[in-house]
Design a protein around this ligand. Structure first.
Ligand code: IPE
Ligand code: IPE
Ligand code: MG
Length: 237
């Protein structure tokens, strides 16, 4: 594959969709699809790191996903706990900083603990920040940010006149992230499903029919190359 000269995206966000359909197509349970979805996370993280992507943000569990069966939800969080327990040493060694993002108080205690430990262990890494959106919904994020600013204003700590885009962004779960450059959604659907509505304002969008468990390095490189061929105007001419 020829290397293009354009810079890689600084921040890539991915809606990892299609695990259930991948499993159903094989006569397997949805859980097996989620299990198979862990491998592309490893592969894409490595590829992103190698390409010089600084921020990789993965939509792992949405606010709305709480409405799935208890069995599926429990399974997803036990997979997350296992992923964190088995990968944190590797993340630490490879310079990756891990961060959770969302209403993390709702997470089952074990998953919450594994996440906190991984965050603490990797807190000094700076090469790439891997953010896991967990119990994440963009509307919930914006709502809690508004509440936080309103509380500060009500208690006299904040002058409402000084609220600007940056102070709102700083009250959000994603405060540690720059704007998204490239959003990838696997699984064939062309929607954002309550993911990073604010942060996507000028992102390039890339949709692929490939189901998440089948999404490999070549697919990721194709998305990056597509991004590098685009002209971003940010409202200018
Ligand atoms: C994405 O795969 C993973 C999560 C939402 C947790 P899905 O579970 O949504 O898979 P499909 O869309 O049903 O195939
Ligand atoms: C989006 O996928 C959420 C995650 C990938 C975690 P969904 O499968 O939940 O989205 P919809 O329901 O198809 O919009
Ligand atoms: Mg889905």
């Amino acid at each position: 594959m020829t290397q293009t000269a354009a810079a890689p995206p600084r921040h890539v966000a991915i809606i990892m969709d299609g695990n259930g359909r991948w499993a159903e197509a094989r006569g397997q349970s949805r859980s097996e699809g989620h299990l198979a979805g862990a491998e592309p996370v490893r592969v894409i993280l490595k590829a992103a790191h190698r390409l010089g992507v600084r921020f990789l943000t993965l939509y792992a569990f949405s606010t709305e996903n709480w409405a799935r069966s208890t069995q599926e939800v429990d399974n997803l969080f036990s997979l997350l706990t296992r992923y964190l327990d088995s990968e944190t040493a590797e993340l630490l060694a490879s310079g990756v900083r891990l961060r959770g993002m969302g209403n993390l108080e709702r997470l089952p205690p074990q998953a919450r603990l594994a996440l906190t430990q991984a965050e603490e262990m990797t807190a000094h890494n700076e090469d790439l920040t891997l953010s896991l959106a967990l119990s994440y919904g963009s509307r919930a994020e914006l709502t809690q940010a508004a509440r936080e600013l309103a509380q500060k204003a009500a208690s006299g700590q904040l002058d409402p006149q000084t609220i600007d885009e940056s102070s709102l962004a700083q009250a959000m779960w994603s405060r540690h992230l720059p704007e998204v450059d490239l959003l990838i959604r696997t699984g064939g659907d062309k929607r954002v499903s309550n993911f990073l509505l604010w942060q996507l304002a000028y992102a390039e969008l890339y949709f692929t029919d490939t189901l998440w468990p089948d999404f490999g390095e070549a697919d990721f490189l194709a998305a990056i190359a597509d991004f590098q061929g685009r002209q971003r105007r940010f409202g200018r001419v």
